[in-house]
Design a protein around this ligand. Structure first.
Ligand SMILES: C[S@@+](CC[C@H](N)C(=O)[O-])C[C@H]1O[C@@H](n2cnc3c(N)ncnc32)[C@H](O)[C@@H]1O
Length: 225
């Protein structure tokens, strides 16, 4: 089990939490999951080999594992993936692989090697030019007719106990309308369904400090043509 925190380096687009995940309890540091995302995961058909990109400490990974043939959970933070594995029941572990890599670089997978790609809570952190690179890698590793589920947070507020706002360095701070337009443009080759939702204010604890978090978010499901 890796206990070494992965320090963030936001100038290089590494938005880790810098925490030792083995000390963060069993529940994900991001909570139990958003209602709409859980509902979607419940009802949508998921089969074959899935990639859970920037999976973190596994907030939605069991929902994927229960349905998919197999799941590769990836993140740049090895200690988050170790917690994810520890929290995976024995009977599902045979279907799980973990892979540590930087999402902004070429993914370590062959073309069209996944039936589905899932990515939540992460893409909004990157500026548009990096986002284009990430989405072109997602497109490369996803097979034709494959399925994509992503969410995209907008209008984010992180409020510190003294009332000041906490903004992550180099974070673009997307607004709902521009993000929806941008995503539609990026996925013009896909059949997409967009659902708009929001995260009510909740408490997040990270690197020795606590903040209140709320945002709107776009939940997008897409089928590659
Ligand atoms: C807000 S968390 C979301 C985690 C998970 N997907 C979820 O919805 O609970 C963002 C995740 O992205 C990972 N991350 C940040 N920068 C990354 C990068 N450049 N490459 C890969 N993963 C990265 C972090 O370590 C963290 O686990």
């Amino acid at each position: 089990m890796t206990t070494k925190p992965r320090k963030p380096d936001e100038e290089s687009y590494i938005y880790t939490e810098g925490v030792d995940y083995s000390q963060t309890g069993k529940t994900s540091i991001w909570g139990v999951g958003d209602k709409d995302t859980l509902e979607l995961l419940n009802k949508i058909e998921i089969s074959g080999k899935w990639l859970n990109l920037a999976a973190g400490d596994g907030r939605y990974n069991l929902n994927l594992l229960e349905k998919a043939g197999s799941v590769v959970a990836s993140d740049i933070d090895e200690s988050a993936l170790d917690k994810l594995r520890q929290n995976t029941p024995e009977e599902l572990r045979a279907k799980l692989k973990t892979e540590v890599f930087d999402i902004t670089k070429q993914f370590p997978f062959d073309d069209e090697s996944f039936d589905g790609v899932f990515c939540t809570g992460t893409l909004h952190l990157f500026p548009t030019e990096i986002l284009r690179q990430i989405l072109s890698e997602i497109d490369r590793v996803l097979r034709s007719k494959g399925k994509l589920i992503i969410d995209f947070a907008t209008d984010i507020k992180r409020i510190l106990p003294d009332g000041k706002l906490y903004v992550r360095k180099s974070e673009p701070q997307y607004k709902a309308e521009e993000a929806a337009k941008f995503l539609r443009e990026l996925f013009h080759n896909y059949q997409i369904q967009i659902r708009e939702s929001e995260v009510p204010e909740e408490e997040i604890e990270t690197r020795g400090f606590v903040y209140r978090f709320c945002c709107k978010f776009i939940l997008l499901t897409a089928n590659k043509k």
